[in-house]
Ligand binder design. Structure first.
Ligand code: AMP
Length: 172
């Protein structure tokens, strides 16, 4: 099994001073590690009858699209405002200072769709929680959240309101 912690590059002060950024590109660039990562992020939801896998811009896209293919599900992009070409629904969420928002196409998911949410990192949980609310606004049944890295010291899972959650690695 690949040593993910060896491969993940920890970059201090990116994108701003005081943030330790977990750069997963060395994992994505290693064929064996990437394949193993996708297997491990998919397995907990293999029998969950997922219709669509939603990825959060931008690193979440890479993981979500590959997991969708493995689950024989569709892929749905969740993006920052203004990036999607068609009609969107929007969900705002609080940042340390101010607010940000996520958008999805109005027809990306529909009532009764069983959706798995995917991202690379959960920090405060604000992004994943907003993405889950966005999908629910469209009537989807959000059945879980699969994430590569959990920053446990930020307790992001508390923001997920009991959404079934699977993290491959936890940093404390
Ligand atoms: P949060 O909303 O605080 O849970 O932040 C999660 C989102 O921000 C995810 O889409 C991550 O890709 C990104 N993110 C937050 N903190 C980090 C970090 N330390 N390293 C890499 N990505 C991060």
């Amino acid at each position: 099994m690949p040593d993910f912690r060896e491969l993940i590059r920890e970059v201090p002060d990116y994108p701003k001073p005081g943030i330790l950024f977990y750069d997963i590109t060395p994992v994505l660039g290693d064929a064996a590690a990437f394949a193993h990562l996708l297997d491990r992020m998919t397995a907990p939801f293999a029998d969950a009858e997922i219709d669509k896998v939603a990825g959060i811009e931008a690193r979440g896209f890479v993981l979500a699209a590959s997991i969708a293919e493995k689950l024989q599900a569709g892929f749905v992009p969740i993006r920052k405002p203004g990036k999607l070409p068609y009609q969107v629904v929007r969900e705002e969420y609080a940042l340390e200072y101010g607010t940000d928002a996520l958008e999805a196409h109005v027809d990306a998911v529909g009532p009764g769709d069983r959706v798995l949410l995917v991202d690379d990192v959960i920090a405060t949980g604000g992004t994943a929680s907003a993405a889950s609310r966005l999908l629910r606004k469209l009537g989807a049944d959000v059945v879980g959240f699969s994430v590569f890295i959990e920053l446990g010291f930020l307790d992001g899972r508390a923001a997920l309101d009991g959404l079934p959650f699977h993290a491959l690695l936890r940093y404390d």
